[in-house]
Design a protein around this ligand. Structure first.
Ligand code: SAJ
Length: 421
């Protein structure tokens, strides 16, 4: 049995590697030649703990190969991005299924009777049926579940990934899996496939429910974080410590509030709820508002910093704005990772830098150099150096290195978006 994984990113590559580690023949397909070359050398082009060793072993033992051209296989797993289309801030973002469409068109020529096609990408409700439709249009000589039901030549299912970046290898094995086949047979075959390495339970439903389940998980987290972020604004106005408040409320046996922060980042929680809102805009009011609450938090933090600078100048009348030294602690989208993509912390740091007439000090222990798009007036420094020079500290990520700081200078003006200092 050969498994083809289409899309070798943060989900596809670990999934391909897990199958290969169980001695399945895996063909990884990606349009990115650099990613393909890197994997074929037994290396990885993404950052994820433990993954490098697993990929290295899988490639050197000959179970995993990567290519840019789809090849014949028995099962195809599609793990390509589903971003949203560019739009104005006032509009609801619409999902962009172009990557799924091109993956479907890419595998269609090599499909044969009896193959299984699984969509893993997080998708709006109806995307799996749409993918099956694209496959059917490309291959009129084969039958698909939408026309032939259980008798279809090709089985199609949606099995969304739900792993947490940084814990992907463990969660791929341990998490329960939602298996949404377009027919009962599609589900049964998918369960059999995932059981190769999944130790969690494989729970069967239909494709639409599986799509909605994945979106619901992330929308639920987004709404919970929005509640915490809204509380942080309310508490700031009422002069109450929001972290103390939440800790107190969470002592209630049926209350479990999440933590406020500088905003919600990453590629999932800030994106997936829009797939629900764009499908049912009149109904998804709470989910829509939660997105707006979380998306507006970075701006609020930037305003807080501007106020702090103004206050600092009032207390130090001999100084001008160009004398005020600001240090931003943390740029990643969440603690203890090096991932700066879709990071509210980076957005805040860059926004402060854009309007501040002096060098900014960025502290990010998980990276070695600032990304090219970071501000020109920014400098990457270590924690100690930032403490030494800064007048104002903006704590943006609760990295372990910052939580462990016992020597935060007393004179420092602190804007702490994570409540650790
Ligand atoms: N955050 C807060 N307060 C909190 C928790 C998180 O502000 O109390 C922020 C984080 O700082 C970060 C953002 O939310 O900016 C998202 O971080 P996260 O750790 O909640 O989630 P992700 O994006 O790394 O991964 C999520 C996970 N989904 C859920 O926990 C429901 C993961 O299981 C999914 O597989 C992943 O999305 C995905 O790929 O969809």
């Amino acid at each position: 049995e050969t498994i083809s994984v289409v899309g070798l990113g943060y989900i596809g590559l670990p999934t391909a590697a897990m199958f290969a580690s169980r001695k399945k023949k895996v063909i990884g397909v990606d349009v990115n030649q650099h990613a393909v070359n890197t994997i074929n050398k037994g290396q990885i082009h993404i950052v994820e703990p433990e993954l490098d060793m697993i990929v290295h072993a899988a490639v050197t033992q000959g179970y995993l190969t990567a290519t840019t051209l789809p090849a014949v296989a028995d099962a195809f797993l599609i793990a390509v991005p589903t971003p949203f289309k560019p739009c104005n801030e006032s509009e609801v973002p619409e999902p962009d299924l172009a990557y799924i469409e091109s993956a479907a068109n890419a595998i269609a020529p090599v499909l044969k009777k009896g193959d299984l096609v699984i969509l893993e990408s997080t998708s709006p409700v109806g995307a799996t049926e749409q993918m099956a439709e694209w496959l059917a249009e490309a291959r009129s000589d084969l039958t698909f579940p939408q026309q032939a039901g259980e008798d279809a030549d090709i089985n199609v299912a949606h099995c969304p990934e739900r792993v947490l970046p940084g814990h992907v290898v463990r969660e791929l094995v341990e998490n329960d899996r939602v298996i949404g086949g377009m027919t009962a047979k599609c589900s049964a075959r998918s369960v059999e496939l995932y059981k190769t390495f999944v130790q969690g339970e494989c729970v069967i439903t239909n494709a639409r429910t599986a799509e909605m389940a994945k979106l619901t998980e992330n929308a639920s987290r987004d709404v919970s974080i929005a509640f915490a972020n809204e509380l942080s604004l309310i508490c700031d106005t009422l002069n109450i410590d929001v972290w103390e408040l939440i800790a107190l409320a969470n002592r209630h046996p049926r209350v479990n509030i999440l933590q406020p922060g500088p905003g919600v980042g990453g590629h999932c929680i800030a994106v997936d709820p829009w797939f629900i809102v764009s499908k049912t805009p009149a109904l998804a009011k709470l989910i829509h508002t939660a997105r707006q609450v979380n998306d507006s938090k970075p701006e609020w933090v930037v305003e807080k910093v501007k106020l702090a600078v103004a206050e600092f100048l009032q207390c130090n009348p001999t100084k001008t704005a160009a004398d005020v030294k600001i240090a931003c602690f943390g740029l990643a989208f969440k603690p203890d990772i090096d991932d700066l993509r879709e990071s509210p912390a980076l957005a805040i740091a860059m926004s402060i830098a854009a309007s501040h007439p002096a060098t900014l000090y960025f502290v990010e222990p998980n990276i070695e150099q600032l990304p090219k798009r970071a501000a020109e007036n920014a400098q990457l420094v270590a924690v100690d150096e930032a403490f030494e020079v800064a007048d104002i500290a903006v704590l943006l990520v609760d990295h372990a290195e910052f939580k462990g700081c016992s020597d935060v200078p007393e004179s420092l003006v602190i804007i702490d978006t994570k409540g650790i200092w």
